[in-house]
Design a binder for this molecule. Structure first.
Ligand code: SF4
Ligand code: SF4
Length: 343
């Protein structure tokens, strides 16, 4: 007869999860220490981490919680549309957290229902996690955390993490054969265009392109780092793409639901000319870090991309954006015209 832990794990494997481990909630105590250590190393990041304090206080928020079920789901199997490569980070292209069309989203719901049927009280937060998930995955033996701060399994860093707290004391650790970062490797750090990754396991979110092009840092005309964004429009994969431990791990085997159809609308010109209705209906539900009201952030990101990768074809769009009714967009476009003498 299988234990309850084994039944949960078996169900997870049947659904297609890559790994599933279960740990005592007490193992999350060490996360608080890591969390504070991160802030001490980069004090200016305190503001960024403030809204993640709920992850540190998980025992207070869920006093009934006794264990954590943590899982990985591989996403490095999807075909990346050519026109989006290097512009939109892959974790966002293949985000399954709220996309009900994806089997990963449905698996999440299925597994939750299964645990409830087993008599467990469970809680998750599909969007932003209910616990520090990389830490939980490390404790549960799912993989290791590399110097670029990502969790790696045998499939590299191209895995989504999911977790639940439960009201039952349980433990079932996974095993992995992922080897540590080579002592002298610093390719991720060298590749980081903004030097946000300043030392092993040390990243300043306030300088990270992923933060600055999604939910943070909006003042791109006055942001000196924006010139280092290269071809990134939304998110950044550079420190993962540069990592030798990810070499050959991405296998373009499957179509992601709806992405092929959406891809042509997400080219720089098409984003800049996109109307709000289309954005709200077709784009925002997928890229939920930027709210419907903040649609202008995408356009500012695109203008920044056009400046960094300037070609004559962009001139008309940049000049037209100078008269945009949104002051952030027009400010960005005007500053580019000035800088590149476009008018
Ligand atoms: S995501 Fe990009 S900007 Fe952020 S640390 Fe990695 S390489 Fe640097
Ligand atoms: S690039 Fe090198 S140091 Fe950085 S995460 Fe990969 S193996 Fe580790």
């Amino acid at each position: 007869m299988n234990t309850i832990e084994q039944r949960i794990q078996k169900r997870a494997y049947e659904l297609g999860y890559e790994k599933c481990g279960i740990i005592s909630i007490d193992l999350m105590d060490g996360y608080a220490e890591k969390f504070n250590e991160r802030i001490e190393k980069v004090p200016k990041s305190k503001f960024f981490y403030q809204n993640q304090e709920r992850l540190v206080n998980v025992k207070e928020i869920y006093p009934w919680a006794k264990s954590v079920v943590v899982l990985t789901a591989k996403y490095g199997k999807y075909k990346v549309p050519e026109e989006l490569k290097g512009h939109i980070a892959k974790a966002y292209l293949f985000d399954t957290r709220i996309d009900q069309e994806t089997k990963e989203y449905q698996n999440n719901r299925d597994l939750e229902k299964y645990m409830q049927e087993l008599g467990l009280k469970v809680e998750t937060n599909q969007k932003f996690g209910v616990v520090g998930m990389r830490w939980a995955a490390l404790q549960a033996g799912l993989g290791i955390i590399r110097k670029n701060n990502f969790l790696y399994t045998e499939n590299g860093s191209w895995v989504h993490l999911e977790a639940w707290v439960t009201d039952k004391e349980m433990e079932l650790k996974e095993t992995n054969n992922v080897v540590k970062c080579p002592e002298n490797c610093n390719r991720c750090r060298e590749a980081c265009p903004t030097k946000s990754l300043s030392a092993p396991f040390t990243m300043s979110p306030m300088e990270c392109i992923s933060f600055l092009t999604t939910f943070g840092g909006r003042n791109l005309p006055q942001e000196p780092l924006s010139k280092a964004f290269g071809s990134c429009i939304y998110g950044c994969d550079i420190c993962q793409d540069a990592c030798p431990m990810n070499k050959g791990k991405w296998k373009e085997e499957e179509e992601f639901p709806g992405l092929k159809e959406l891809a042509s609308f997400l080219t720089p010109d098409n984003i800049l000319n996109m109307d709000e209705k289309f954005y709200i209906e077709k784009v925002q539900p997928k890229f939920f870090y930027v709210s419907p009201e903040d649609f202008w952030k995408w356009k500012v990101n695109v203008l920044n991309y056009m400046r960094n990768n300037y070609k004559e074809d962009y001139k008309k769009s940049i000049i037209a954006a100078c008269d945009n009714e949104n002051s952030k967009i027009s400010e960005m476009a005007n500053s580019i015209c000035l800088e590149l003498s476009l008018k």
